[in-house]
Design a protein around this ligand. Structure first.
Ligand code: ZN
Ligand code: ZN
Length: 210
């Protein structure tokens, strides 16, 4: 019995929404519900899982624009991101239209997250780390027991998140990656926001931005 996950890329940006569950209790969460809610719910149902929450890393359209659709159908908690990303969520009506995504109104999470908060899936605990830079309210989710990091758009395979958006900050991003992520065990598996998975050890050795 272990912590399981399945990466489910959604939206034209192939954003790595991830279904994470505890095989023993069947309790599950979805991270970064960017859209394609029908398909995501099929993935939950076919495994017989009990979805209890959505965890959001940051407020970008490809990561959050399915949340209102999902919570209209299921009574589940929306946790995160950090409140400094509220300005992104408030702009969802304009941004979904500009990017030709299905329309989304703004929403308020059940609970905003901050550094040091603790989340759980079944018996597994995830620590919330605040990593501003790509967006000011970006958080990541780290499970020491499973050696797993959900990194959103902070860290990619041999790359890092863009910082040229409003309120982006390159120095914050680099400083926080060094201070909070590269200190994690090298065999920590990293689910990135787009593209392939990586590990902390691989990025320490091969990421040209760090
Ligand atoms: Zn982003
Ligand atoms: Zn993204």
């Amino acid at each position: 019995m272990a912590l399981q996950f399945e990466i489910l890329p959604v939206t034209p940006f192939l954003q790595n929404c991830t279904l994470i569950w505890d095989e023993e209790s069947k309790e599950a969460v979805l991270t970064d519900v960017g859209g394609e809610v029908d398909r995501l719910l099929e993935e939950v149902a076919k495994r017989g899982l009990q979805l209890k929450a959505v965890w959001l890393t940051h407020g970008h359209v490809d990561h959050v624009s399915g949340v209102v659709d999902l919570t209209a159908r299921l009574d589940i908690q929306v946790l995160g991101p950090h409140p400094d990303d509220d300005f992104w969520i408030q702009q969802l009506p304009q941004i979904t239209q500009a990017y030709r995504f299905p329309f989304s109104p703004p929403f308020a999470p059940t609970r905003w997250l901050a550094e040091g908060d603790s989340l759980s899936v079944g018996r597994y605990r995830f620590e919330v780390l605040h990593i501003p830079g790509h967006t000011p309210g970006h958080v990541v989710f780290y499970c020491a027991d499973a050696g797993l990091l959900v990194a959103g758009d902070v860290l990619f395979l041999e790359s890092i998140g863009r910082t040229d958006f409003p309120r982006g900050n390159h120095a914050d991003l680099i400083g926080n990656i060094h201070g909070k992520l590269l200190i994690l065990p090298e065999d920590t598996r990293v689910i990135t926001g787009h593209g392939a998975m990586t590990t902390i050890g691989h990025e320490k050795r091969h990421n040209p931005f760090l």
